[in-house]
Design a binder for this molecule. Structure first.
Ligand SMILES: C[S@@+](CC[C@H](N)C(=O)[O-])C[C@H]1O[C@@H](n2cnc3c(N)ncnc32)[C@H](O)[C@@H]1O
Length: 284
């Protein structure tokens, strides 16, 4: 038995299966993009694509496409960071569902402060910890095998918390209750997430396909605002990034790194059943 199977961190059979997925995950679309500059993300990109990467010599096309996809996923991280509000080097931040640690490392580089990343995947936590060591920031950026619904961190310890594409693995009422506990009054919460569009109706076929592919449960847009309101999180900014993320998916669909889920994302976004949102909220 692995430590994961025995662990009190994983509160349900569902969380076991999510942890197993991420422990085994080795998609080139995540690893090869991270190799560009040693910042590994497991999220999508935003902004206009430089389509000239597809022109030019065929033998270096893949390399150019990888660099471009990484540029777009890095732009997504910077957009999230610019919504965290004023952060001082003496503050502490939490990256909830931290993956291979890219966003935490970017936050430390940008703000100089302490960052705690938490993930239920032990192999991701180990990988992210090695990246922090390699960059000489392990004293300030720490990764923990913890459940974001029950971190055990001290109440009111954090100036800001974010979820970068990790809210679809948990019940939002439980998540936001823990975030509200951990955040200082006046602290900031930011999420970038895919959500299904209540105006369309229940989840479309494409949204259901995405759920099955990632073993997740994409929430409706309304649940975000309802559960924030119930947990002292007051939205300060909501940005619909749907049209900004479509070019990333179009380039990814044409690349050698496509995983097979690209068309479902494009259909869901273009058909209006799915939205890519940034929500920033103040803890009051
Ligand atoms: C799509 S990845 C996003 C990773 C990272 N935020 C990024 O942007 O690169 C989802 C992450 O959520 C984590 N996760 C899922 N459920 C979790 C839970 N209950 N507690 C902590 N992490 C969780 C997974 O282990 C994985 O690291």
């Amino acid at each position: 038995m692995t430590a994961t199977q025995d662990s009190p961190v994983l509160g349900s059979l569902y969380q076991h299966s999510v942890a197993e997925y991420w422990n085994a995950e080795r998609n080139p679309v995540n690893l090869r993009l991270g190799e560009v500059d040693g910042i590994y993300h497991h999220h999508y990109g935003v902004g206009p694509v430089d389509w000239t990467v597809l022109d030019g010599p065929a033998d270096t096309r893949e390399e150019r496409t990888i660099a471009e996809l990484h540029r777009l996923e890095s732009a997504q991280t910077h957009l999230l960071m610019s919504n965290l509000g004023p952060v001082k080097p003496s503050d502490r931040l939490m990256d909830a569902g931290s993956g291979r640690g890219g966003s935490s490392l970017v936050a430390h580089e940008r703000f100089g402060c302490r960052v705690d990343g938490v993930s239920i995947s032990e192999s991701q936590v180990a990988f992210a910890g090695e990246q922090a060591e390699r960059r000489g920031v392990a004293g300030k950026v720490r990764f923990h095998f913890k459940n974001m619904l029950d971190t055990g961190f001290e109440t009111g310890a954090f100036q800001a918390i974010w979820n970068n594409e990790s809210t679809m693995y948990v019940e939002l009422g439980l998540l936001f209750a823990e975030h509200a506990r951990l955040l200082k009054r006046g602290g900031r919460y930011v999420t970038i997430t895919g959500c299904y569009n209540d105006a369309y109706g229940l989840p479309s076929r494409a949204v259901s396909e995405i759920n099955a592919h990632y073993i997740c449960d994409i929430h409706p847009r309304s649940t975000y605002f309802r559960e924030m309101a119930a947990n002292r999180l007051v939205p300060v900014s909501v940005v619909d990034l749907t049209s900004a993320t479509i070019p990333y998916w179009e380039l990814r669909a044409k690349s050698t790194l496509a995983t097979g889920i690209e068309q479902a994302f494009l259909d869901a976004y273009k058909g209006g059943s799915f939205q890519y949102l940034l929500i920033a909220a103040d803890r009051v």
